[in-house]
Ligand binder design. Sequence first.
Ligand code: SF4
Length: 312
Amino acid sequence: MAGDPGSPGKPPACDLCGGDAVFLDRVRGCHLCEDHFKSDVEGRFRSTIWNYRLIRPGERIAVALSGGKDSTVLLHLLRKIIPRGGDITLTAITVDEGISGYREATMEVARAMAESLGVEHRIVSFGEISGSTLDALVRTGGDHPCSICGIHRRKALHAAAEGLGATAIATGHNLNDEAQTVVMNCLRGDLPGFTRSPVRCSAPSPRFASRISVREPAGGGIRRIKPLFRIPEKEVALYAILTGLFRDLPECPYAGTALRSEVRRLVDRLENLRPGTLGRIVRGQEEVASIWREIRKEALSPAGGPGSDREN
Ligand code: SF4
């Protein structure tokens, strides 16, 4: 689908209805109008949840809501497919890291967003869980602020989700985040990280079962799910703008210096030069994770492993 490139000054035409296009999908080579773009994003979101069986009947989902565009779009889309009063419950959790001059504004956006969607909202702070703010932890030195933040945020989210009796924590990681993580794991030589599945689920649909890793937390604990992991960041941002969810928020003062920032620039440039790179990185890693798990399963099975075919 190439679409009508449009006359000068006029937007190109949507390939599906001929209306004014707002988006050019360079991977599939098609233009989409606002309505078709939004339903395309919503369709991919639904199919990710369905194909990877990310959500099950009767679940209580804790949604990590920072107030930024990704988590806001995540909550909005989950509310669209999970009606109020059904057997699946949503609760938004905002983690207050204790970053002076930054967190206050985003927390207010998160609170208002949850209220407008009729989703229960909880706030959990680093102070409650770790006894200190991120600002104070950073002053003591050691790791990069984002590494310290990541560890304590996971801990805080997990504690809050456990307190709620949640069965899964949904986070707003998009396709760019996942591709960056794959590249960072390679650069660090982090084999366990590289061979970990990007989503965690229990029973993928048969079509996907052969392709993806199946991970269930040991002891049946709280799963972490990433329903936006197949949607590129640009599309999440455009969806947020078109649905009136986008808020211009301050940037975290610690952002921009971590390895992730450099990797982000690298993969964005590659995606720009060769559309589809992000998806190929994540799909390739899924394949490797799946093969790796099969190898480990065989090696650990009583019949497998080194020496299993040796005669005694
Ligand atoms: Fe935490 Fe780093 Fe994100 Fe700031 S940029 S909120 S320090 S992970």
